[in-house]
Design a protein around this ligand. Structure first.
Ligand code: LLP
Length: 431
């Protein structure tokens, strides 16, 4: 199967993290997000250990919490001793609620309001990632008002096209994120930050894209950024302490995707950085990476119950389930690929081809086209694999559909990390 936490049990059902998914569906109801806590920890440790082994002291991963955010994930990251990236006051609030050490929190986003910045400062956020000239001024003003010196990074747009889906590509010059390097504006921004009495520039940040299998765009990003660091040193006499290369390593959604060993990719990136620094006669900076998807995607699956199997004579088959674009909007948004299994009949041949459709009143509400599985019957449990990233965090209440719970699996046991939304929750904000 596509990940080592998936097996077929002796009873013929799909097992995840060594637990029977059909039994879990019966216990917690469907739709249901399952997360394998051990896999989350394995993934983040792969980055943490490789970065400690191959990069200067203080090089740590920052978990990009947009991929999956709830109190429990921040507790796990605190226990693992890594940093986090938050992109909104809501993620910041959740991390704080979980007791995450705020000095290890990096606050991103291309449009932080004064209220957001104040909230970050008042909670002792370790570092703001500055995204625009307006934001440099705003963070300086709010730091001055508090008489503090705020650590900041500058987000630079490195001008690299990783050739992934255009909606997840962020590093080209024409981007809403960061300050462009090619136009000379990034250099101006550095000079401007260095003039601010209440900002302490720690270094630079970039992010080239997401779902990358090849490290080449990340290496190009590193080259561009290290060359920039050298130029800044020569022109402005400032040496960056931190180089944050963002996130982006891919995950295996289908059998066609390669198996990625994150520790090997980190070692490759580290070797490249060291070689380039040697060429440029630059001390190797502390390196940060911001993996999101590669920490949580393979740690999650979604379970649904089949409602109907429709065979449109001479056309195709539709399997409709009791969730859809509300819990997984990624096919609708990006035509993202997923592997789907009939969890109730996992040992039977996957010889029935159909479109897996959601329950929303919208024809675009498709979870996947052309899936092959053992022919289901009403009541069967279907599993969509690798849904731990950008599913729960992108879920909505369209059609007033309550969001599923997140059940964590640990050591043969399970616990509720996020409870199921109720109909009363849906009306809770209505005045
Ligand atoms: N750092 C920054 C600044 C980012 O913008 C992102 C992702 C990450 C880190 C984490 O990247 P990852 O390791 O997860 O690839 N909703 C889309 C993905 C959007 C990614 C946006 N930024 C999806 O479902 O594919």
């Amino acid at each position: 199967m596509i990940c080592d936490n998936l097996t077929v049990g002796q009873n013929g059902t799909l097992h995840f993290a060594r637990q029977d998914t059909v039994a879990l569906a019966a216990r917690y109801g469907t739709p249901l997000y399952l997360m394998d806590e051990q896999k989350i920890r394995e993934n983040i440790r792969a980055y943490k250990n490789a970065m400690a082994a191959h990069l200067p002291t203080g090089s740590v991963p920052e978990y990009a919490s947009k991929a999956f955010s709830c109190r429990r994930i921040y507790e796990i990251m605190a226990e693992e001793g890594v940093h986090i990236d938050v992109v909104s006051p809501g993620e910041l609030y959740t991390a704080k609620q979980a007791g995450f050490p705020m000095e290890h929190c990096f606050f991103h986003g291309n449009n932080k309001s004064d209220e957001d910045i104040a909230m970050g400062m008042d909670n002792g956020v370790g570092c703001f990632v500055l995204d625009s000239f307006d934001e440099i001024e705003a963070v300086e003003a709010l730091a001055a008002a508090r008489n503090i010196t705020q650590n900041v990074l500058l987000r630079v747009t490195p001008g690299i096209d990783p050739h992934t889906h255009r909606k997840i590509n962020t590093g080209t010059v024409d981007s809403k994120f960061g300050i462009a390097l090619q136009t000379g504006q990034a250099m101006e921004a550095v000079a401007f930050i260095l003039q601010q009495p209440h900002l302490s520039l720690q270094g630079f940040h970039c992010h080239v894209g997401s779902q990358l299998f090849d490290v080449a765009p990340l290496l190009d990003g590193a080259d561009t950024m290290l060359t920039f660091i050298k130029e800044v040193q020569t022109r402005l006499g400032y040496t960056a302490d931190i180089l944050n290369l963002g996130g982006g390593l891919g995950v295996r959604y289908t059998e066609n995707d390669p198996v990625i060993r994150y520790e090997e990719k980190v070692a490759e990136i580290a070797a490249h950085i060291k070689a380039v620094c040697a060429q440029l006669q630059l001390a190797v900076p502390r390196v940060m990476l911001e993996p999101g998807r590669s920490i949580v995607a393979s740690a999650g699956i979604t379970l649904y119950t089949v409602g109907s199997v429709k065979e449109v004579t001479d056309y195709k088959n539709y399997i409709s389930v009791n969730g859809g674009m509300t819990d997984n909007p990624r096919y609708t948004l990006y035509e993202a690929e997923y592997t789907v299994i009939n969890a109730s009949r996992a040992a039977q041949p996957a010889d029935y081809t159909a479109t897996l459709a959601g329950r929303c009143c919208e024809s675009g509400d498709i979870i996947q086209r052309g899936v092959s599985m053992a022919r289901p019957e009403r009541g069967d449990i279907v599993a969509v694999l690798t849904t731990g990233a950008y599913n729960y965090s992108m879920a909505s209440n369209y059609n007033r559909i309550p969001r599923p719970p997140v059940i964590m699996l640990r050591d043969g046991d399970s616990y509720v990390a996020v409870r199921r939304e109720t109909y009363a929750d849906l009306c809770a904000l209505d005045e």
